[in-house]
Write a protein that binds this ligand. Sequence first.
Ligand code: TXA
Ligand code: MG
Length: 328
Amino acid sequence: MLSSTRILDPSSSSDVTLAVDLLRAGEVVALPTETVYGLGADARNDRAVEKIFIAKGRPNNHPLIVHISSFEKITEWAKDVSPLAKKLADAFWPGPLTMLFHKADGVSDAVTGGLPTIGLRVPRNELFLEVLRQLDSGIAAPSANLHKKISPTCAEHVLSGLSGKIAAVFDAHACPVGLESTIVDLTSKIPRILRPGQITRQMLEKVLKTKVDDFEPHDVSVAGNMVDHYQPTTKLLVLSAEQFMPFLTEANKNKRRLGVLWFGAADLQQNELIVSRVMPTSRELYAQQLYAALHEIDAVGAELILVQQPPKEWSEIIDRLQKASYKQ
Ligand code: TXA
Ligand code: MG
């Protein structure tokens, strides 16, 4: 265990160099991406990669995404790269899309959790890309949260779970996308989404001009699809618009202390037992703010977090809320 975690300034070139030096020395550093914060280690250094699993408390057979600085680096990590990959990279990289390939010979099992496939993405964050270029390697990085906890979208969230367990974290702006990348498997005949994200099936199909299979919400064979991923400490319940108000009224009567995320016109301030937050009606803004809202409301010590169900077309958001919900 490290005694302290260094807080790095993203605008300081000496802090960027320090982060690169730490990564080269086999340490783990939390870096912002456009989606969520990642907990990075040099993907060619097994002992460094192992530190990611230890810091997060994540089982060793959960594969990590390797972040690279450009499409040209892909063959260092993957083989039999589908021609579809170039089309997707041209359209969406740098950006919130992870593609799965067969891993190249020589890529360590430590990164892929023993799988023959590897997830690759070019993140859309200048700081991350600069660190990648200086390091001249790939950076293996899962979300920088404790295993099964909510992903972090700012340095404060990272520190709340990992302070003292990692060498350093950049104190950068909040992550603009706010949800993890879309994962698309390009090793099967028909590309298949394994995790929904900001880049939707329709967007992928438009670029590829071919069918893309959708994710199966409860396919536990993919680690990222574990049904109980991303859980806040407080029990979370998603209720439809019809169920929402009656539930609230009843809970009010029983003086239950609730945390509420809803689409109302204002905070529910009339009742001191309720801590509420009005969520945006724009899909992008909702995604951007969801994890911060959950982190915040999880910390107030409510008995239950009540979430008003967003529109069913918001598949990536519904997916994360389902994973965050309390299961009997
Ligand atoms: O936006 C993101 O993807 C963020 C940022 C940091 O890049 N990363 C992220 O990593 O969300 P993580 O490890 O928290 O989630 C990645 C998911 C994992 O659940 C993992 O099981 C799955 O991707 N994954 C990675 N490589 C895979 C592979 N070869 N086969 C199947 N699933 C894979
Ligand atoms: Mg994660």
